[in-house]
Design a protein around this ligand. Structure first.
Ligand SMILES: *Cc1c(COP(=O)(O)O)cnc(C)c1O
Length: 362
């Protein structure tokens, strides 16, 4: 039995994408591969709103998130933390032996630009990590405000995770001054997990050239050298690249602005419906994500029971809270290919099932 995923990644994959995944493999040093690789660059650059190259990494997003740190940080990294994924980035920096400072905000709070300025002004930093859309709490940070501050510190290379917001909302990389912008395949792009994408500025490559121990698999200069020939450093997951090409066709056919508007509309529809059930958003309304909603379990319903019924009776799955929010919050994704109809259908099932979900005693 298969279930339709409304968790915030991985999400449902369309039949068209599944068909593209089964394209026969080609040699990764062949002219056919070069043609495939080069054919998708223009659309990727449109989506990243950048003139920088977009590299394809056969890994999940964390591969590049970890690798980017080792490419550009030699002094000290400032990690902006406001949820499970951004908290982990600090841990990853420490595990790599980097000097790291944790700039912590409460879960559900966005990253505060003034706090970033105050900390960077203390000096000694040459990199910063930041997550645009903290998926664990459904909180979006005002990237324009934070990046305006980061740009005041030219020695600081910015590494920005847009894993769960990329292609759902507009994130103009070059205009914002982001050095390394990273995303993954299984979130808003609605591909299966296993591919990461990143656009890298010349500034970041210049920094990498001064860093001796960048490793091999995630060496950004290796990516660049191969990119110039229309290739990747090692054998990539070619089926994913076919699927990505298919997805880019979908996105450009729909139109980027139409796509962003669709996500905003579906996100608002989910909010409105779940608010009417007596729940509130976990973050403050103005900080709520546009690619998913994280609701506080204000009515204290039995979330595992709700999900069990949704799965058995409606073949769909929502999320019952991530990390320390397990049972205390639930998340519903509106990423990918969802439409007014599919979201309405899901919401009908959720509302009907909520009516018979037990309330937990405190
Ligand atoms: C899902 C997610 C990740 C982790 O991605 P992997 O593909 O598991 O490496 C990182 N950051 C954010 C914001 C995410 O939503």
């Amino acid at each position: 039995m298969s279930y339709k995923l409304f968790i915030p990644g991985p999400i449902a994959v369309s039949a068209k994408t599944m068909a593209a995944l089964t394209s026969a493999p080609i040699g990764h040093r062949s002219p056919d591969f070069v043609a495939l690789y080069q054919s998708i660059q223009p659309d990727l650059q449109k989506l990243f709103v950048t003139s920088d190259p977009v590299y394809l990494s056969t890994s999940s997003a964390w591969g590049i998130m970890e690798g980017a740190l080792n490419n550009v940080c030699t002094k000290k990294v400032l990690n902006c933390m406001n949820g499970a994924f951004s908290d982990k980035w600090n841990d990853v920096a420490i595990r790599n032996g980097l000097e790291a400072t944790a700039l912590q905000f409460d879960w559900g709070q966005p990253v505060d630009p003034e706090a970033v300025r105050a900390e960077l002004a203390r000096g000694g930093y040459d990199a910063i990590t930041l997550i645009h859309n903290e998926t664990s709490t459904g909180t979006m940070t005002d990237l324009a405000a934070v990046m305006a501050v980061v740009r005041e510190f030219p020695e600081v290379i910015s590494i920005v995770d847009t894993v769960s917001s990329f292609s759902a909302v507009s994130i103009p990389k070059d205009e914002l001054g982001i050095d390394i912008m990273i995303t993954g395949s299984q979130k808003a792009l609605a591909l299966p997990p296993g591919l990461a994408l990143c656009a890298v500025s010349e500034r970041a490559r210049e920094r990498a050239a001064t860093v001796p121990n960048r490793g091999y698999y995630f060496d950004l200069l290796e990516f660049h050298k191969n990119h110039e020939k229309g290739m990747t450093p090692s054998t990539p997951n070619i089926p994913h690249i076919y699927a990505l090409r298919s997805k880019l066709e979908d996105i450009m056919t729909e139109g980027m602005e139409t796509r962003f508007a669709r996500h905003a509309r579906l996100n608002a529809k989910v909010r409105e419906t779940i608010f009417a059930q007596g729940f509130e958003l976990f973050p403050a309304l103005e900080n709520g994500s546009l690619s998913l909603n994280c609701f506080a379990n204000t009515r204290n319903i039995d979330l595992p029971a709700l999900n069990k019924m949704l799965k058995n009776e409606h073949h769909l799955v929502i999320d019952g809270g991530y990390g320390k929010l397990k049972g205390k919050a639930f998340r519903i994704s509106n990423m990918g290919d969802e439409t007014d109809e599919t979201i309405a259908e899901m919401l009908d099932a959720v509302v009907a099932t909520m009516a018979k979900t037990p309330i937990l005693s405190v």
